[in-house]
Design a protein around this ligand. Structure first.
Ligand code: ATP
Ligand code: MG
Length: 492
């Protein structure tokens, strides 16, 4: 088989970081090639070179054996290279068909959009790929995220891409949606498309990939055939060491002291939610995307309006219509599932860590830069943010390292209860276990932790007790013993 695309000795530097160092890579026709590696290993950077986003690199890039130097993503697409970014770029108000043909709508002889032709072609293309159930006339925004993702992939293919680059396509999808995407990848592979697939979910990688390339610190460590490797081997290759998979066990008996009490909380998207977090306990709140669990977490923190019910923290009932500011001052911390919502990308890391605490440090005088640095630097190191220079802007960190900043920011003045939505989203295997260890240690120090997640693995590995939310209601509350993914997903 011939390589449709090849990189030889490609290197790129950002100021003081060698993001890629003399990397070789090739992609064969009809293969799905996964790229794995720790946060900051250089995966997205390599994809951005392939897709014409970064042009200032050294080394050679070949397409079908011919040397190229792409100047822009448009350039890349015209040569058949399409990239699907993690943030969807679909337009929810437009119909499925319009999204599929965005900018390339078929026209009638009179120069008008040929709706009938467009809808019919769209429906045919979807049916061919096994998605006959999607109604192409419906606004895309009325479909689940997974379907929107599928439409985005199809759009890139319909615009002529032979090579498809997917950077963490499943990190915001629910398990059935992931299945759908994997099914689509199988169909595309049979149609001889070549796919590059970046993911931190190694089980998923083993299912979709023909070959796997491992990057570490900007170097290529290995390229292995799927049939010759295993999840465990991939973990060792990724980290260059074994990880300690054991999370800290509970050192204290959970006592009867309730730190967080949510009483009969009702809003538009959830009803009568009752939930307790005891001192020294990690509670996992699991639900499918859209089940209301993320909005519930926001409501408890004063960021989502609720109609009735109450939030009680350490025995103190919060007033009606309390604000997030009030919640911070009265014992709660919250990290959103969406990094983009909570971080200031242009601002340095230390400032992002200090933002929630500025008021606490001085009502009239803002704290000096050196005070801010003193208070935040240890927390930045503790959470393993890499690179850890506190003055770097957050926007320059890799995805997983931005997530660590979102956690580090609560450590200078720990609350009574941490509410963390998707604490490990986008993190590599090593970072995941580091962050879950941090949460378990909070518990052992007597805090309460509420982990809100749509990843069954996350709640199963970290929680002492798991509650399941489905369609806005709590449907189960179980000690986390002898539970597994199957049990949880059946409850959705
Ligand atoms: N535009 C930029 N300016 C400065 N540094 C950058 C820039 N883009 C990436 N980097 C740095 O290059 C390194 C590689 O980043 P990259 O985003 O490729 O990592 P990644 O493997 O995709 O990680 P993740 O799994 O967290 O998404 C990181 O150290 C990152 O901080
Ligand atoms: Mg990345």
């Amino acid at each position: 088989m011939s390589a449709v695309l090849e990189l030889r000795k490609v290197s790129i530097r950002f100021e003081n970081i060698q993001a890629l160092d003399s990397v070789d890579f090739d992609l064969l026709e009809g293969e799905t090639h996964a790229i794995v590696g720790e946060n900051g290993a250089g995966k997205s950077t390599m994809m951005r070179i392939l897709a014409g986003v970064y042009t200032g690199y050294e080394g050679e890039y070949f397409l079908d054996g011919q040397p190229v130097h792409l100047q822009s993503p448009r350039d890349a697409l015209s040569l058949g290279i399409g990239m699907i970014h993690q943030e969807l770029s679909v337009i929810p108000e437009l119909s499925v068909a319009e999204n599929l043909f965005l900018g390339r709508q078929p026209l009638t002889p009179y120069g008008m959009i040929d709706w009938r032709l467009m809808n019919r072609t769209a429906q045919e293309e979807l049916s061919k790929l096994g998605f006959a159930d999607i109604d192409v006339k419906r606004p895309l925004g009325t479909y689940a995220l997974g379907t929107q993702q599928v439409v985005e992939v199809l759009r890139v293919i319909l615009s002529g891409a032979k090579v498809l680059i997917m950077d963490e396509p499943t990190s915001a999808l629910s398990p059935p949606e992931v299945e759908r995407l994997i099914q689509l990848i199988d169909t595309l592979r049979k149609a001889k498309r070549s796919i590059i697939y970046i993911s931190h979910f190694l089980e998923e990688v083993m299912r979709v990939a023909d070959r796997v390339t491992v990057l570490r610190d900007g170097h290529k460590v290995a390229t292995v055939n799927q049939t010759d490797t295993s999840v465990n081997e991939l973990i060792s290759l990724i980290l260059g060491r074994e990880i300690n998979a054991e999370l800290p066990a509970a050192t204290t008996q959970k006592d009867a002291h309730v730190l967080l009490e949510v009483r009969d909380l009702t809003a538009d998207v959830f009803r009568n939610v009752n939930l307790n977090v005891y001192q020294g306990e990690v509670v996992g709140l699991y639900g499918a995307i859209g089940s209301g669990h993320f909005d519930l977490a926001r409501a408890v923190f004063g960021m989502y309006r609720f109609d009735s019910g109450a939030v009680v923290v350490d025995g103190q009932t919060y007033p009606r219509d309390f604000s997030a500011r009030y919640a911070i001052q009265h014992g709660l911390a919250y990290a959103s599932e969406s990094r983009r919502m909570s971080l200031f990308m242009e601002e340095p890391i230390f400032r992002n860590v200090m933002v929630p605490h500025l008021e606490r440090l001085g009502r009239w005088l803002s704290p000096t830069r050196s005070t801010e640095l003193d208070l935040s630097t240890p927390q930045i190191k503790l959470t393993g943010v890499h690179p850890d220079d506190p003055v770097n802007p957050v926007g320059q960190l890799s995805g997983g390292n931005q997530q660590k900043v979102a956690i580090a920011r609560w450590l200078p003045f720990p609350p009574k209860v941490f509410i963390m939505a998707e604490p490990t989203r986008g993190m590599d295997v090593g970072a995941k276990s580091e962050v879950l260890t941090i949460l378990r240690n909070f518990r052992n120090e007597g805090y309460g932790v509420l982990v809100v997640s749509s990843e069954p693995e996350t709640v199963l590995s970290v929680a002492d007790r798991i509650m399941v939310m489905s369609r806005g209601q709590v449907v189960a509350d179980m000690e986390n013993v002898n539970l597994n993914k199957d049990v949880l997903m059946r409850l959705l």
